[in-house]
Write a protein that binds this ligand. Structure first.
Ligand SMILES: Cc1cc2nc3c(=O)[nH]c(=O)nc-3n(C[C@H](O)[C@H](O)[C@H](O)COP(=O)(O)OP(=O)(O)OC[C@H]3O[C@@H](n4cnc5c(N)ncnc54)[C@H](O)[C@@H]3O)c2cc1C
Length: 390
């Protein structure tokens, strides 16, 4: 008998989970509420921990991915423009961690996973929301928003930061706003003034703000994301952004940063929501249901690891679901092993992401202390062997 994984959510976590299940010898069905499987136009950084797992699935060389390998991560002070630290990436990261540090377009990563899941035999249903799920002893029974009943041996809850299914399992309410707003833009590189182009990942740290920029699509486009403190009117994903708010902040900052902000014609706004770090294995799996990606551990994007952790989750799920010689997997035990394997690492990444936000946005004496520490510690502070090597 072939067991089946039902996946709620067709984002990076859900598609990676479906691919992982097929690789483990399971059937997989993905339900995505949006009318089509798609991702928004923005960039994403993938550390060696994520690219190693993509490579194991044979996806790092996929034509659709179009990765860019930045030679360096450069951190600069947003007030005076001085370089605070620099971490060589490129060949050095690949040699040190056995896999490259890459930047990609989210839509390219999503399409790569979608094609791979489809080619592996996952069944994909767009335009169908999983409205509820009951996790029983023998089966998971889910209802779609159209009232159809879907049954499977296991459920992957991968419905993102605003997960509706999480509450029934973990019961901790909606993910609260962090008070930080992300303003994102993607520009064709040809539209970027030559003086502002760079192959590096650059992070500018300023009082109550920071901005990150890097090329994607093999260098064809520039991804820019500015983080400011404030509250959005609603929690909607991908609202039209208020460029004025970022321009007002940038007006007091270094001229190179101002020029970059001014070069962006249009921004998209994302209110940043997160949760406290995962408190234990019970928050990542219950019986026949496992949580993955932002549904499990939404985090501030200040370590650039939310999608990386989703990819790691799926790879960990594949290990515990692996079918040996036609045997049936004991699902609750397998998912418990998944949760035990994942929760502490995810919690550490969440905590570190929160801490980075405080350090990045430091002002006054804290800023001076940060800058002094970074100038002394530089590369050692930026390199994260526990993360990239894991
Ligand atoms: C500004 C910003 C920058 C970031 N930068 C990085 C980075 O550089 N590197 C990195 O690794 N991560 C980064 N992240 C984090 C990363 O984007 C997320 O962690 C990742 O996209 C989460 O994927 P997911 O599949 O868990 O959730 P989502 O992408 O939210 O997917 C969830 C899917 O589930 C669907 N859905 C919801 N409810 C249901 C339901 N009931 N039934 C069916 N479908 C449902 C949704 O429509 C959606 O398609 C960043 C995030 C932000 C906001």
């Amino acid at each position: 008998m072939t067991q089946e994984l039902l996946v709620a959510g067709g984002g990076i976590a859900g598609l990676a989970a479906a691919l992982a299940a097929r690789r483990a010898g399971w059937e997989a069905r993905v339900f995505e509420q949006a009318p089509a499987f798609a991702e928004v136009g923005a960039g994403i950084q993938l550390g060696p921990n994520a690219t190693r797992r993509l490579r194991a699935w044979g996806l790092l060389d996929a034509a659709r991915l179009r990765p860019h390998a930045p030679p360096r991560l450069r951190v600069r002070d947003a007030l005076d423009g001085r370089e605070l630290g620099c971490l060589p990436l490129g060949e050095r990261a690949a040699a040190r961690y056995g896999a490259p540090y890459c930047t990609v377009h989210r839509a390219d990563l999503h399409a790569t996973l979608l094609e791979a899941a489809q080619a592996a035999g996952a069944r994909l249903h767009a335009g169908l929301r999983i409205a509820s799920a009951e996790v029983g002893d023998a089966l998971v029974q889910a209802r779609t928003a159209t009232g159809a009943l879907v049954e499977a041996e296991a459920l992957a809850v991968a419905d993102g930061v605003w997960s509706g299914l999480r509450d029934a399992l973990v019961g901790d309410g909606p993910a609260p706003p962090t008070g930080h707003l992300a303003l994102r833009a993607l520009l064709p590189m040809a539209a970027v003034p030559p003086a502002l182009r760079s192959p590096d990942v650059e992070a500018w740290l300023g009082p109550r703000m920071h901005l990150v920029r890097y090329p994607v699509r093999g260098g064809e486009a520039l991804n820019v994301v500015g983080f400011i403190e404030g509250r959005a009117g609603t929690a909607d994903w991908d609202q039209a952004g208020d460029a004025g708010a970022l321009q007002a902040v940038a007006a007091t900052l270094h001229r190179d940063l101002r020029a970059l902000v001014d070069a962006v014609p249009q921004w998209r706004l994302w209110p940043v929501h997160d949760r406290p770090p995962v408190a234990g294995a019970a928050a990542m799996a219950r019986g026949r249901a496992a949580l993955l990606g932002d549904a499990a551990h939404p985090m501030r994007p200040y370590l650039a690891q939310g999608a990386g952790m989703a990819i790691e989750d799926a790879a960990a799920l594949q290990r515990v679901l692996q079918v040996a010689d036609g045997q049936v997997v004991d699902v609750p035990t397998a998912l418990q092993r998944y949760a035990l394997d994942r929760w502490q690492r995810c919690a550490r990444v969440q905590a570190r992401s929160q801490r980075n936000g405080r350090i990045f946005h430091a002002d006054g004496l804290l800023r001076l202390g940060r800058n002094a520490a970074m100038r002394l510690g530089g590369e050692d502070l930026l390199d994260l062997p526990w993360l990239y090597g894991g």
